[in-house]
Write a protein that binds this ligand. Structure first.
Ligand SMILES: Cc1ncc(COP(=O)(O)O)c(C=O)c1O
Length: 381
C-alpha cells in the first residue's frame, strides 16, 4: 500500500515534472476550499506577485496570468492571444519546442514565418536580421529560451536587441529555464514569458502561467479572441477584477506552487541557479569520466540544466534496458528527442542535491557493469 505520509523519494532526471520536496507534496493536503473564496484569491494574488518578481519584473510594468494546464497551455495562450488579425509572427527554431510554437500558429491560422537551424545549433542573429529586413509585415518575434530538446540556451540579449531594432513584440518560452537560469526582465525586457509550475520552480504539474507587460495585456484586449479557455486578455481582465480564474483552477496544485515559491525564496534565486549549475557540472564530469559523449560542445551556449548524451554504439546498449535498471533503483532517465541522432537526456532540474547526482552516477556505473555495456563510439577519433 502507498505510504502517503512517507512517499518514497525518486530522483527524476527527466526535464520535469521534477523531483519535489516532501513539504511541496504535503502542502496539497489542505482543507477543501471553493476557489471563489477570498482566502483562495489571496493565495493566487500572492503567487502572481511572486512570479513577476522571480523573473526580475517590475510590478508596475508586468503581471502574471495563471491557467490550469501544462506548459503547452501557456504557449498556446501566448500565440493565440497576442497577434492581431493583421499581425505576423516570426519564430526562431532550433528544437522541438520551437516547432511546437509554429504548430500552434498553424492551428490558429496565424500568419508566421520560421527561421530554423539544425537542432542544437545556435541561432544566427545576422540571418534573423536580414530575414526581418526583407519582410516588413512581421510584428512579433518568438523563441524558446532553454530548448529542452538538446539543452541549448538561446540568449535573450541579442533577441531583445533585434526586436528593439525592428520594433517587434517579443514572446519567449521560458518553460524549462524560469527560476533555474538567470532571467531578469529589467535587463532583457521581453514582452511575454511562458512557464509552468513543475519544472525549475519545483512545484506540481498543472499550472501554466504567463508573465506579460501591462502594455501588451491592455493592447490585446482589442483583439477578437481565437479561443475561450486560453484567452489571455480575458483571463487577465477577470483575474484583475475578481482575483479568480475564469474557470476552475487546479486548487491543490496552486497550494503546492505557493509552497514551492516559499522554498525558492528560502533557498534564494541565485543559490538555486548555482545549485543547478553545480549539479550539472557534477553530472557532466561524471559522464565524461565514464566515456559518454555529449551532443553540445563547449562552444555552444548551454542551459546547464539538461544534457543530451550520445548512446554508445555497443549492441548491449539498449535505452529501455538501461532505463528499467535505473528506474527500479529510483532513477528516471529520459529518451532523446533529436530524431536523426541516437541520444538520451538527463536533466538536473528539481529538488536534487549534489549527493543525488553522485549516487546516480554510481548507479549508472553499476548499470554499465551489470548490463555489460561498453561505452564506445564507432566514429571514435
Ligand atoms: C521548453 C519547453 N516548452 C514547452 C514544453 C511543454 O510543456 P508541457 O509538456 O508541460 O506541455 C516543455 C516541456 O518539457 C519544454 O521543455
Amino acid at each position: 500500500m502507498t505510504d502517503f505520509q512517507h512517499p518514497e523519494r525518486k530522483i527524476l532526471l527527466n526535464p520535469g515534472p521534477a523531483t519535489t520536496t516532501d513539504s511541496v507534496k504535503w502542502s496539497q493536503v489542505v482543507p477543501d476550499i471553493c476557489p471563489r473564496e477570498q482566502e483562495f484569491q489571496q493565495v493566487m494574488a500572492d503567487i502572481r506577485t511572486e512570479l513577476v518578481k522571480i523573473a526580475g519584473g517590475d510590478a508596475a510594468r508586468y503581471a502574471a496570468v495563471l491557467f490550469g494546464g501544462s506548459g503547452t497551455a501557456a504557449m498556446e495562450a501566448a500565440v493565440s492571444s497576442t497577434l492581431p488579425t493583421d499581425g505576423k509572427l516570426m519564430i526562431l527554431i532550433n528544437g522541438a519546442y520551437g516547432q511546437r510554437l509554429a504548430k500552434i500558429a498553424r492551428a490558429y491560422q496565424i500568419d508566421y514565418i520560421e527561421y530554423q537551424v539544425d537542432w542544437g545549433r545556435p541561432i544566427d542573429w545576422s540571418t534573423v536580421k536580414s530575414l526581418l529586413s526583407e519582410d516588413d509585415q512581421i510584428t512579433h518575434l518568438a523563441m524558446v529560451h532553454h530548448e529542452t530538446t538538446t539543452g541549448i540556451l538561446n540568449p535573450l540579449e541579442p533577441f531583445c536587441q533585434v526586436a528593439r531594432e525592428f520594433k517587434l513584440v517579443t514572446m519567449v518560452d521560458t518553460i524549462s529555464s524560469y527560476a533555474g537560469y538567470p532571467l531578469d526582465l529589467t535587463q532583457t525586457p521581453v514582452d511575454l514569458l511562458m512557464s509552468t509550475s513543475n519544472k525549475c520552480l519545483q512545484g506540481m504539474a498543472g499550472v501554466a502561467f504567463i508573465i506579460a507587460s501591462l502594455e501588451l495585456l491592455q493592447e490585446i484586449r482589442r483583439y477578437p479572441p481565437r479561443n475561450l479557455y486560453l484567452d489571455l486578455a480575458r483571463q487577465f481582465a477577470y483575474q484583475e477584477q475578481t482575483g479568480q480564474t475564469r474557470f476552475t483552477p487546479p486548487v491543490q496544485t496552486i497550494y503546492a506552487l505557493r509552497q514551492a515559491i516559499a522554498e525558492l525564496n528560502e533557498e534564494g534565486l541565485e543559490q538555486r541557479w548555482q545549485r543547478y549549475a553545480s549539479n550539472y557540472r557534477i553530472l557532466i564530469e561524471g559522464l565524461e569520466r565514464m566515456g559518454f559523449r555529449l551532443l553540445l560542445d563547449d562552444q555552444v551556449e548551454h542551459s546547464r540544466i539538461l544534457a543530451t548524451i550520445f548512446e554508445p554504439d555497443d549492441p548491449n546498449y539498449n535505452f529501455n534496458r538501461l532505463h528499467d535498471y535505473l528506474y527500479n533503483r529510483g532513477y528516471t532517465i529520459y529518451p532523446g528527442k533529436v530524431s536523426e541522432l541516437n541520444t538520451f537526456r538527463l536533466s538536473i532540474l528539481g529538488a536534487l542535491q549534489a549527493g543525488d547526482i553522485n549516487d546516480f552516477l554510481q548507479t549508472l556505473a553499476a548499470a554499465v557493469r551489470d548490463l555489460e555495456i561498453k561505452i564506445v563510439y564507432d566514429n571514435a577519433d
